[in-house]
Design a protein around this ligand. Sequence first.
Ligand SMILES: [Zn+2]
Length: 317
Amino acid sequence: MVDLNPISTEASFQLAYFKKHSSGATPFCMPISSPNPGAHVVIVGGTHGNEPGGVKAMVELHRAFGSGKVRLNQGKISFLLGNPNAYEKDIRYIDYDLNRHFNKRAASSVEGRRALEIKRFLKENDDIEALLDLHSVSIGDFRLLVYTKDDSDKIEFAMKVSAIPLHFVFHPEHMPGTLIEAASTHGIRGLIVECGNHYAAQAVETARHHILKFLIHHHLIDSRYMSPETTPTSITFYESIQAITPHTGFRFSIKDIKTGTKLSKGQKFAADDHGDHVAPQDCYVVVPSRVVKATDADAGFLGKRSVLEGDALQWTR
Ligand SMILES: [Zn+2]
């Protein structure tokens, strides 16, 4: 008897499901449309192939639409499986991190070709209003919202579509080539939700919850599909200072390093073949990676922290 790994069995079910229900020019993209005009919203999961929560939640919700359990009132949803090749193998990526590859033009790698397909999709569908990119983390069970630092009303939008009280705001030069940045060049508002740990059952629930909330916010489905939730009274923000750029042999030298680990100026926190990684100022570690390869663009980030609460938070609403 063949001993099938339950994760790969589940992954092959989801891949087959996506294949069966995909239509249009973009592979692994399942559209659902209403005859009534409304927003076109894109939901993405599996941009990193070892993050199954978003993909499971998308398949589940697509089935709920199919069976009539959930009704689309207006507009259109495109469910997109980011990196199907890596998803099939339960690995972050095949050649390059897809979520750092949207600024590349070469079609010579698996992710290069997929990035081109997705960029074409974003370009050709000029009615897309917003994009939700569902991820999970390798260290800890952190839930956090990730979006780019710019002068728009990003914080307000993030707070409208999520009650997660931890935000990571990054400067695109510290994390170039993300899907949400590619989306923003087409005027599409993008948000990343880190739904918890890759392997936490809770991550699927968080993904499901955020898809529903995103669709409700854009008036695609009724608000009755979700019970109201309390908004947080304070929000912790990390803003990127720099990426942690790894070379061969990279490893963190702090035990139990995680999002929120505090570093003092001059403190060594990692090492690789090029030498020690030292904090340039007092700062915090944000979304460090458990496994780091030489092809990784970053092993996490260093950020400064601020907390918004009370009146300040009221003001942003
Ligand atoms: Zn990810």
